[in-house]
Design a protein around this ligand. Structure first.
Ligand SMILES: [Fe+2]
Ligand SMILES: [Fe+2]
Length: 204
């Protein structure tokens, strides 16, 4: 069953390495940490979409498509915040995001504006894809049925965002170039995931 799910996830998202199955068990015992980390992931998704709109005002279609995503990601943040409140937990401070920092290192510095734009779309697509895969794990692996359903909603939403960022990349950049760079990103992320410590207090 595990293999079928991994294959399925790979086919949808292109990810080269499924999450270590131990992760969901570690996350389950540290759900408070996961909720805090998740809250900040949603917040960063919203602010990054705002910043992409600010940096690309001439790309009208992008502005149109990303505007509602800001609202959606902020809505996700509020959903997680409400869940924390329900458990009498506070938001807590933002944690260091090793995964995203490592991805940023792979972004082209000093390339052409198109190359930089492409990497901005692909890094977002990748974060959405990996988040989606992690939410899938939680929605299938947690004992608590309510929490399984909770994460399922995020999983569906982030799958849509992954698709949108790839579509945006292909709208503005030659599809062949997008595909080539995407496979480089997937390869890099695979290496990153295989060398990263499995820790249950982070979404990534
Ligand atoms: Fe989200
Ligand atoms: Fe998202």
């Amino acid at each position: 069953m595990e293999d079928i799910l991994s294959e399925h996830t790979r086919n949808i998202l292109g990810l080269q390495l499924p999450t270590d199955p131990r992760w969901v068990n570690l996350a389950e015992i540290q759900l408070e940490e996961i909720l805090t980390d998740h809250a900040y992931c949603e917040q960063k998704a919203a602010t990054t979409c705002i910043s992409l709109i600010q940096k690309n005002p001439e790309k009208e279609w992008l502005v149109e498509e990303l505007s509602p995503i800001v609202t959606e990601e902020w809505g996700h943040f509020r959903m997680v915040l409400a869940e924390l409140k329900k458990r009498n937990l506070s938001l807590g401070r933002q944690r260091k995001d090793v995964y995203v920092n490592k991805l940023i290192e792979f972004q082209k510095k000093g390339g052409s504006p198109d190359e930089r734009f492409l990497d901005q779309m692909l890094i977002m697509a990748l974060i959405e894809a990996r988040s989606c895969e992690r939410f899938k794990r939680l929605s299938e692996g947690l004992d608590d049925e309510y929490m399984r359903k909770f994460y399922r909603k995020f999983m569906e939403s982030e799958a849509g965002h992954y698709t949108l960022f790839i579509t945006l990349a292909e709208h503005y950049i030659d599809k062949k170039i997008v595909r080539k760079r995407w496979s480089e990103w997937l390869e890099y992320e695979k290496e990153l995931m295989s060398s990263a410590e499995v820790r249950g207090d982070r979404i990534h």
